[in-house]
Design a protein around this ligand. Sequence first.
Ligand code: APR
Length: 235
Amino acid sequence: MTISMPAERIVILTGAGLSAESGLGTFRDKDGLWTRYDLNEVATPEGFARNPALVHEFYNARRTNCLEAQPNPAHEALARLQRAWPERVTLITQNVDDLLERAGALEVIHMHGELTRALCAACGHRWDAPRQMDPQAPCPACGRAATRPDIVWFGEYPYHMEAIDTALRAADLFVAIGTSGNVYPAAGFVQEAATSGARTLELNLEPSATASLFDAARFGPASQIVPHWVAELLE
Ligand code: APR
């Protein structure tokens, strides 16, 4: 079965490996974020309740890295694909950076939230995050000092799951790019798509934890294998 056969509806899930070559690092590789920070302290509601200043410090540093980073050829290739086939390409990301948008993507589904957005833990108001967030800063809507990064933490339910499930059920081709397949529900999307009849392809530096569930795979740095795959589709 050739994966680059033109597919009507393509659903793409991306992970930290897509932005690794933009310098944003990953979570579980050598020197990954979770090897340097305790995710229970900085990526759970309990950690935020215990020490909101530490959590804001962690995301302020990631937000600065993100704003200083540039999209890489993989982001640009996915944006090119979605602009060429806007009705056929669904971009879902676990990443909280805005590099796909800055590469020109038309619509990105951020299932784990976005560094560029802030959320009020008291009233649910959302707004564009300042470069540096401060736990004492009042919510623009309700005035209470309950601001948090608009990021989905462990133990919280990912965003846009209805839209994602609808897209997976309709997919002809599901492609996972630069994700280790360790975190659910994202790690289960390949099975959901395959059950609905989609062909499945993994693009990664090395086989992920769910590699055996994919029909096909290509290995190498995203900045090389993603533009190559997109060029095959578009030619
Ligand atoms: N090109 C392609 N893939 C790469 C590259 C690269 N240059 N560098 C690393 N990778 C791959 C690794 O092989 C691995 O499969 O990226 C993946 C990174 O895995 P993780 O660090 O686990 O990142 P991810 O899968 O996105 O994590 C999922 O876990 O901590 C939570 O919310 C966080 O969204 C994150 C989720």
